[in-house]
Design a protein. Sequence first.
Length: 103
Amino acid sequence: MKLNATPNFTAIVTGHGNIKAYLHKYKIIDDPTCRCRKGPQMVQHIIFDCPLLEKEREKLKAVVTRTEIWPVSCNKLGVQYHKKFKEYLDNICWNEEQRNSSQ
């Protein structure tokens, strides 16, 4: 299977990249808090909890819950539901500049 690995997909799958918790761990940024202010921006938070992504998450959940019980593992999202998971991740705005340019 050929995977179209976008920067957002790679960041989530590896846990590295533009994720605030990762950047904070290496002292690149001072604060790991997500833009939603509900906790640190970590992979699990981005996929399952961030209220800023709720609308897009509902689309992903609709596809997954046709055959599975939500939540499913990150691995299953990346392999079995790759196309819809990638669409979900492509809607993430990692910083304020990116968010402003997408509006």
